[in-house]
Design a protein around this ligand. Structure first.
Ligand code: NAD
Length: 478
């Protein structure tokens, strides 16, 4: 009974939290109230149920697809597979997608999908049936297509599910040239793109690095600039958490704590992400990892251990009024969507912290999904047309410089200079450029008016202004 109340309570929270953030930020814009209302509302909410066969019986599955905003087409957003999924959550996540895309200048409207199941309770073949049937339901209502609405992975789903969606869509739309653009996050062998799998985590790491690179901001919160030696705790060792931890540690940060749903581990001298990941794969738990100095059966305790930066990368609503005062980090970088409640955020800033908000911090995934979609529409891998040409031009240049100077480069120097960019290098470079530019765009807004108060409000102000321009240009028809 208590669980039901909790779930019911959560059902009404998340979208209204996002709307609260929107309303607060909207005060710093000059748009018509009706236009603001249009931007904030979810345009289309499709709730549906379908049966699947489980053993000798049937089971009815609840599912959703929400298209929050059509100011750009297609709409875009992941599909969440979770028994906790509900309509409010899918609406909130769809709205966040709209703002996220605007912040990183990705020309999509926001959308999100949800399938109310715990994937662990189903066989692979049952999951395939659920995914394919979900896709067919979307096709029936025109809620999927390369120019309509393009799903991607989210909590509980990955490349495997995206392959089933791509295949179902292509089968149901024979001859459609751009069918593979109907879903992103596909495996590379099925028209996916190099770098998509790790894109969100890489983006989180770049966002963190940019944030700590600003000396003035670090001085205000009492940290030295630079990522080197910063102590980081990461919650969630899934796609976003694992890659965030991996890239942060490669950039010089020390991962001192890791939290999963079964518990948390801590070592102030640093944890080896790969070793913890392999330990969890082998034993089913991060607990029992030999090099951990402390273990916590209650995962939430892990968030409260000493660190400089906390990266919640599991689920929403993890940092609230009840635990924010125990958080020792000075910076929270939101890898997950909606991990911090508005009340907790206000307390954290008042106590001298800062939060890099989800709608920017985890936008690396949709940025590279955009690159994948472009690749699918152009039917050619990035770099394929120009790599050899670039290498030949570089070779001529190197030969010329060596000829003029009489200095011969080493073979390693020659190949480093001559080598043309691969798809992965181009994707990573486009992602890095997007994250860096967007962070400083947000920070400029943040600095422009002290009353804006938080980076989240600043990000939202920027997003509202861009979406408002799109709507104004589109007009209203009829
Ligand atoms: P995932 O399913 O790959 O991983 C989630 C991880 O969190 C799992 O390892 C799970 O065991 C763990 N977890 C669940 N409950 C927990 C708890 N209470 N405490 C600690 N750990 C817990 O999912 P993901 O794709 O990494 O998504 C995580 C978050 O990032 C979600 O909020 C999602 O919306 C957001 N996000 C994902 C992407 C993406 O590209 N995958 C992009 C943007 C945002």
């Amino acid at each position: 009974m208590a669980t039901n109340i909790l779930i019911a309570d959560q059902e009404t929270h998340f979208f209204s939290d996002v709307c609260k953030n929107f309303d607060h930020a909207a005060q710093f814009t000059k748009h018509d109230a009706g236009l603001l209302d249009q931007i904030k509302s979810c345009n289309s909410v499709y709730r549906f149920r379908f049966p699947i066969r489980k053993g000798n019986s049937f089971e009815v599955i609840d599912a959703w697809r929400v298209e929050h905003s059509h100011h750009q087409s297609p709409t875009k957003g992941g599909i969440r597979y979770s028994e906790m999924v509900n309509e409010d959550e899918v609406m909130a996540l769809a709205a966040l997608m709209t703002y996220k895309c605007a912040i990183v200048n990705v020309p999509f409207g926001g959308a999100k999908g949800g399938i109310k199941i715990n994937p662990k309770n189903y066989t692979v073949s049952e999951l395939e049936n659920i995914t394919r049937r979900y896709t067919v339901e979307l096709i029936k209502k025109n809620f999927i297509g390369p120019s309509i609405d393009v799903p991607a992975p989210d909590y509980g789903s990955g490349e495997r599910e995206m392959s089933w969606i791509a295949d179902t869509y292509a089968t149901m739309n024979p001859g459609q040239l751009d069918a593979m653009g109907a879903v992103t996050g596909k495996p590379i062998a099925l028209h996916g793109i190099a770098g998509r799998r790790e894109a969100t985590g890489r983006g989180v790491a770049i966002a963190t690095r940019e944030c700590v690179s600003v000396g003035e901001d670090m001085q205000r919160i009492g940290l030295l600039p630079g990522l080197s030696g910063k102590r980081v705790i990461v919650q969630g060792l899934g796609n976003v958490g694992y890659y965030s931890a991996k890239f942060l540690s490669e950039m010089g940060a020390i991962i001192v704590g890791l939290c999963e749903f079964e518990g948390a581990i801590y070592n102030e001298n640093g944890l080896d992400i790969e070793a913890v990941f392999q330990h969890r794969k082998a034993t089913g738990s991060i607990l029992g990892y030999a090099a951990a100095i402390q273990e916590f059966a209650n995962t939430m305790e892990g968030l409260e251990q000493p660190c400089d930066i906390l990266v919640p990368a599991a689920l929403e609503n993890q940092i609230t009024e009840t635990n924010i005062r125990n958080i020792q980090a000075k910076i929270i970088v939101e890898g997950a969507n909606g991990p911090t409640s508005p009340e907790a955020e206000a307390i954290f800033y008042a106590n001298g912290g800062m939060i890099v908000p989800d709608m920017f911090a985890n936008a690396g995934g949709v940025t590279v999904s955009y690159f994948e979609w472009l690749k699918n529409l152009s039917h050619v891998a990035f770099g394929r047309m120009n790599r050899r040409f670039e290498e030949n031009s570089n070779l001529n240049l190197v030969n010329m410089v060596e000829g003029i100077t009489g200095v011969a480069l080493t073979p390693v120097q020659r190949s480093t200079i001559i080598k043309g960019a691969s798809e992965l290098e181009l994707v990573n470079s486009g992602l890095e450029d997007t994250m860096i530019r967007s962070y400083h765009e947000i920070r400029e807004i943040y600095k422009s008016n002290p009353e804006i108060g938080t980076l989240r409000n600043a990000a939202m102000v920027g997003a509202i202004n861009k979406i408002a321009v799109s709507y104004q240009n589109l007009g209203i028809w009829p």
